[in-house]
Design a protein around this ligand. Sequence first.
Ligand SMILES: Nc1ncnc2c1ncn2[C@@H]1O[C@H](COP(=O)(O)OP(=O)(O)OP(=O)(O)O)[C@@H](O)[C@H]1O
Ligand SMILES: [Mg+2]
Length: 244
Amino acid sequence: MIKTESLRKSFSGKTVLDGIDVEISDGEIFGVMGLSGSGKSTFIKCLVRLVNPDGGRIIVDGRDILKVEGGVEMARFRRKFGYLFQEGALFDSLNVLENVCFGLRYLTDISPGEYARVAREKLELVGLKGVENMRISELSGGMKKRVALARAIAAEPKYMLYDEPTTGLDPSLTKKICRLIKEMQDRLGITSIIVTHKVEVAFSLSDRIAILMNGKFKVLGTPEEIRNSTSPIVKEFTDRSECF
Ligand SMILES: Nc1ncnc2c1ncn2[C@@H]1O[C@H](COP(=O)(O)OP(=O)(O)OP(=O)(O)O)[C@@H](O)[C@H]1O
Ligand SMILES: [Mg+2]
């Protein structure tokens, strides 16, 4: 379980997260929506301490991770998480297969002889076959996204954090990725937090959705509850969000 209490973060005096309180259960798919610049990426970066919060608590499986100091415990804790970065964050100097294998080396106990097989399997899951030896610079944006996704899921972590997993993908690939995220929940019991601008993605996948606005989760509920909500915040969000 992931739980945050009064989570706060400012950058140069500008408050981005202003007290986030949330509990995300094991096995849940939790969607985070919000306008550009509202702090969605900052929120999930805080969860793995890629960004250090200014205050509050983040409890993961009973441990306050803001109190973790040693590198060894931090590394063990990070192993629980797979992270799909908004920007992909692939290594240009490595080919596709090497990029996917990279996570296996650092995040699992899989024997090196198995890396290539597991990596190929994950690439196939995201609809990429026969591109193992290509360089990252030779790939389209959507292909890069899927390589990053294959790398993020390769270690089959307990928690997956997806930052805009379907941006740049066409509708059929978007559906494929959504199915994959759902399948990882069903088959492996993976808990996912999905940051997305795409309303259809959030609504079709999430068990619950939060809308981040002015540093807080202003609205939180099931897709059904949010759809039926008469909250002015939902209305304000939907009025301003071109893709709702
Ligand atoms: N490392 C940083 N240093 C300074 N400011 C930052 C940093 N990271 C984020 N910010 C600021 O924090 C705010 C929230 O950024 P964040 O990337 O979390 O937004 P977002 O909701 O993910 O936006 P988008 O939908 O465009 O990805 C922005 O104003 C951004 O400029
Ligand atoms: Mg972002």
